[in-house]
Design a protein around this ligand. Sequence first.
Ligand SMILES: [Zn+2]
Length: 367
Amino acid sequence: MPFTRRAFFRKGALSALGTTGAATLAAGQPGDAAEDGNWTFNDVDASLAAEIQQQLPDRLFDIHAHLYRNSDLGLPCPELPGAGPDRTDVDAWRLHLGKVAGAQRLAGGLFFPYPVKNGDVDAGNDFLLEQVGRTEMARGLIVVTPDMDRAKAESYFQNPRIIGFKPYHIYAPREQTFDAALEEYIPEWAWEMAHAREGIIVLHLVRQAALSDPENQRSIRNLCTKYPKANLVLAHAGRGFHAPNTIRALPALKDLANVYFDTSAVCEPDALMAIVKIFGPQRLLWGSDFPVSQQRGKCVTVGDAFSWICPRRIDVYPDAPVCNPTLVGLESLRAAVLMASLLDLSKQDREDLFYNNALRLLRMQDA
Ligand SMILES: [Zn+2]
């Protein structure tokens, strides 16, 4: 029962992670997500979670989580959100991610909408605003598009809990947005505003080589130097799903004081280790990428790229070893604690990675 590349690419979460081609393929067949056990939490997950949570600090701040209503995501609804709650709010984050990380540990988060090409950007931003407005330890980023009205963006910043921008390549005005340069999907005024407010931009890099792409590197260097008070968080360890892309690029960027990385959806420790070695433990922040954290599978470096291993991609031959895939959120937490262990990080460093770095970066209390 071989699984074709095409069938796998039907999975909606891949478009959220910027995988090339995902957006152009048909939506999944009914039942695919249920088959994969996304949004579920089974005995294997519980057992792994108990083991991993023993190694976590008491408080966690999630630097990368999406909140949204499915009705704002356009039609057809992307498959991963479609298999979850209709309304994925702070309570849903706490309920589902709480099983992964321990609900009592989840102290707060930096939240943003779920960017989709055909969705309602304004409605998504308004919902985000409402959610962070009612949650003490929450901050928010608004989705910014190249054609967004600057005055409209300014109006969101009247709420002090809105502290920056979530750009996304799918809004670049070109056919193959996976090849877009930063300048094609982040308006320069967003950098100006982030600089003026010491705000945050959480960036999911695209292009095949991600952080090793020369044009990406040039753009990051130019913009972070021109706007030194804008803080750039490179999501997914600089989209280091193919770890060598991040590892080889880090030395060229290490002098930039306003560059940070999040751990979200990174399921192997090597790129995280390289970031801590080169940038230090204060520049890496734990993030869940909720709801991707509730997807069952794991992202691994394979050959010259990376691959998402979902349940239907696990070896199905009769003599293969028994293997029960778990949630991306657990795989990613395991990679982060493994990195901390392999590098002998101190208790303080671990607390920084999972909590204090975020509070310092977001200029929140008791940091
Ligand atoms: Zn994300």
